[in-house]
Design a protein around this ligand. Structure first.
Ligand SMILES: O=C(CO)[C@@H](O)[C@H](O)[C@H](O)[C@H](O)COP(=O)(O)O
Ligand SMILES: [Zn+2]
Length: 187
């Protein structure tokens, strides 16, 4: 194994994906505006995904509830990936497919905004969570990659990363997540 060559390739792939995000900037700005509008009318942000995307959901919820860069009041956001009692009871009693949709049913209001992260766009539990949010009438956002999968056909706002490589999609997702936090707390 040539470690430096492997690293060079990953870094080059990352840079190419980030450079190719330029056409998405207006759509990212639209999502930020939708988040600001949701929070301004007393709504909350719900986020979920599997694996690295669960971590992304938690990371962005923490920036919103705590702070990104600026001193301001705490804003409401919940990652639906963290409560092991809910995740294990719903997973055990109803099935893993329902771990997010059940929480959306319990917590989501029509004034809320729901972000589903799935690099494939096809994780069943994420798709069902977004379908439930649509049923309730919340604003829905897909953070996805590749072809966008089923998620892309369901959401009001769709941010599809220009690659099918899962880690590179996740790296682009977190850049966008941070950028959304920046715009959410801007004056
Ligand atoms: O972080 C990674 C891979 O980089 C993994 O944990 C990855 O998130 C998991 O395999 C997920 O289950 C993939 O699901 P999805 O992104 O296709 O919805
Ligand atoms: Zn990962």
């Amino acid at each position: 194994m040539n470690a430096v060559a492997t690293l060079k390739q990953a870094f080059a792939e990352h840079q190419a994906v980030i450079a190719a995000l330029e056409p998405l900037l207006p759509s990212i700005a639209d999502v930020a505006q939708a988040m600001r509008a949701c929070l301004a009318k007393g709504g909350k942000i719900l986020l979920f995904g599997n694996g690295g995307s669960a971590a992304d959901s938690q990371h962005i919820a923490a920036e919103i509830v705590g702070r990104y860069k600026k001193e301001r009041r705490g804003l409401p956001a919940i990652a639906l990936t963290t409560d092991t009692s809910i995740l294990t009871s719903v997973g055990n009693d109803y099935g893993f497919d329902f771990i997010f949709s059940r929480q959306v049913e319990a917590l989501c209001l029509p004034i809320d905004l729901v972000i589903g992260f799935s690099t494939s766009g096809n994780s069943r539990n994420v798709v069902l969570g977004i379908e439930k949010a649509r049923e309730i009438g919340a604003v829905t956002v897909a953070m996805t990659g590749g072809s966008g999968g089923k998620l892309a056909s369901l959401c009001d706002h769709v941010l599809t990363m220009p690659t099918s490589d899962t880690p590179r999609i996740q790296e682009a997702h977190i850049l966008i997540g941070h950028s959304l936090c920046d715009l959410v707390e801007a004056d």
